[in-house]
Design a protein around this ligand. Structure first.
Ligand SMILES: NC(=O)C1=CN([C@@H]2O[C@H](COP(=O)(O)OP(=O)(O)OC[C@H]3O[C@@H](n4cnc5c(N)ncnc54)[C@H](O)[C@@H]3O)[C@@H](O)[C@H]2O)C=CC1
Ligand SMILES: C[N+](C)(C)CC(=O)CC(=O)[O-]
Length: 488
């Protein structure tokens, strides 16, 4: 049965949480008295469906069930976790917690608050230990950070449970060591925001120029290395010490107006809003969200390729889900093609013809073979010890189309094998339909010597057992075929 989360407050952030939980397979009940909440959440969800699956290289679980509750009590009934995302007013948050804890006394409540400390949120609660901060960043369905911040009234199990739930939905929970207003991320953002407002008010720069200063330069750096690693490199070969020696004195120079806040009045709001309209008013908000999401997906995928920063979080989430996905699959030797891989056609796999691009058929074949090699004991540990299987020849037949979102299965039949070689026949299936076949010839290689050698006996024994079990299967239609063009 799917796990259930209650999302209380379905605005910008509640909508993002709802999308993240749903797309990670949780059922979600939303409570928000705003009659527009359902429409707004479905708009966020449509954008999230285009973006989040594009980060995953394993099939997404079946989407959870979304419901809109008529009361707060109905939303929290049977929920394992509540993410509170109501407006940033402490008295409203207190009122909501009182109702939630009355309806479901033991439930764990994570708050999206941008700045209230857990001890502020817990005031007046009969069960303060179950209220904790889980502060996300917009868009919640793409950015992994969730700042988890408790008070001394939260036992370690509550912090640990919150951390685990965040991981389960693919987030990066960062536990904050000490209670502090606005946690880590918003302290930085507030500093940058104040400086920007000053520069605008003083006529130093426009909203557009300030954004260019960020996105053409240090904003790009921060997304992949943060502040300290970036500055370490800026110190040259001598690293951080040299950087500090060179730029330390700037702390005493008039480089910041941080302690001084521009007066918040109508004039300031008009200045910012009118320049922002001139800069970006040609786009609707949902359109801007889609542009932002596509940029983030590209950026996050680049990080994922390098297993770096937020990309490492994505990979780890894939690994956990792949393990759950494959658990229980029967992969013992039998007289049938073995089901080795499950995939879903992602947005980045689609070409200009509107269907799965040809290189992804090869990829689907590789995923199937890699899973098979792991099964026979020739996975990454084996490669690390200096041996591997190399593909020597490949023949792909494209039999049918795969479209965005299609779920594909890769099966393998071993046509022949000996100590040094095997010939495999992979079928990429869309349900009962075969969309492609990939026939390959593999050589077992000593990677250091750079030549073909017999496989380790335990690896070959597993390969042999599967080959023998499948020996009675008919030769697949298309096996051994060359490319043929009929004469006109
Ligand atoms: N907007 C942002 O960039 C971020 C906001 N946050 C935090 O997330 C929380 C929500 O902020 P947003 O989504 O931006 O605000 P929002 O104004 O978009 O949404 C707040 C929602 O709460 C609903 N609401 C009001 N009273 C309610 C009640 N009694 N029960 C249920 N729902 C109720 C409103 O109808 C509204 O839909 C705040 O605590 C905010 O500090 C956190 C990270 C980023
Ligand atoms: C502006 N803000 C304080 C609501 C920002 C956040 O809390 C995090 C974010 O997404 O920028």
């Amino acid at each position: 049965m799917a796990r259930k989360a209650a999302i209380i407050g379905g605005g910008v952030i509640g909508g993002g949480w709802a999308a993240r939980f749903l797309l990670n397979g949780w059922d979600v009940a939303v409570f928000d008295p705003d009659p527009e909440a359902e429409r707004k959440i479905s708009a966020v969800l449509s954008n999230a469906r285009l973006a989040l699956p594009a980060l995953s290289d394993v099939p997404m679980p079946p989407e959870g069930r979304l419901s809109f509750a008529g009361t707060l009590g109905e939303a929290v009934e049977g929920a394992e976790y509540v993410q509170e995302s109501v407006s940033e007013r402490i008295e409203l948050k207190h009122k909501v917690y009182a109702q939630l804890q009355q309806a479901n006394p033991g439930v764990l409540i994570g708050s999206s608050t941008s700045g209230f400390k857990a001890s502020d949120l817990q005031q007046g609660s009969p069960a303060p230990e179950n209220i904790i901060v889980a502060h996300p960043f917009n868009p919640v369905y793409l950015l992994p950070l969730s700042e988890v911040s408790g008070s001394d009234r939260n036992p370690p199990e509550v912090v640990e449970k919150t951390v685990q739930i965040m991981k389960d939905i693919g987030m990066f929970p960062l536990v904050i060591r000490k209670e502090i207003d606005a946690f880590l991320g918003n302290r930085f953002l507030e500093a940058v925001w104040r400086e920007a407002l000053w520069m605008l008010k003083d006529g130093v720069a426009t909203t557009e120029e300030i954004d260019e200063a960020i996105r053409m330069g240090f904003g790009l750096r921060w997304g992949q290395m943060g502040l300290f690693e970036t500055y370490r490199i800026a110190g040259g070969e001598a690293g951080m010490r040299h950087f500090m020696a060179q730029f330390g004195p700037a702390l005493k120079w008039p480089w910041t107006k941080l302690m001084d806040v521009p007066e918040f009045n109508e004039e300031l709001v008009d200045l910012v809003a009118s320049q922002s309209d001139a800069q970006s008013g040609q786009y609707g908000i949902r359109e801007l969200e889609r542009i932002r999401d596509q940029n983030l997906v590209g950026f996050l995928r680049a990080l994922k390729e390098r297993n770096w920063g937020a990309g490492k979080v994505l990979r780890e989430h894939d690994e956990r889900r792949a393990a759950a996905f494959h658990a229980g699959t029967d992969q013992g030797p039998k007289a049938a093609p073995l089901v080795m891989a499950h995939m879903q056609v992602l947005p980045g796999w689609i070409d200009y013809n509107g269907h799965m691009t040809e290189s992804r058929y090869y990829f689907a074949g590789s995923e199937t073979i890699d899973a098979f090699l792991r099964l026979i004991g020739a996975g990454m540990d084996y490669v690390g010890a200096g041996h591997s299987y190399y593909s020597a020849e490949t023949h792909i037949r494209h039999l049918s189309e795969a479209k965005l979102g299609d779920r594909l299965t890769g099966t393998i039949q071993i046509l022949s094998a000996d100590e040094k070689r095997f010939r495999s026949f992979v079928r990429i299936m869309k349900g009962e339909e075969c969309v492609a076949t990939i026939e390959q010839f593999y050589l077992h290689v000593d990677m250091k010597a750079g030549k073909s050698v017999p496989a380790a006996p335990e690896v070959y024994a597993k390969l042999r057992a599967i080959t023998d079990a499948q020996a009675g299967l008919p030769l697949p239609e298309g096996a051994g075929r060359a490319i043929g063009q009929k004469k006109e």
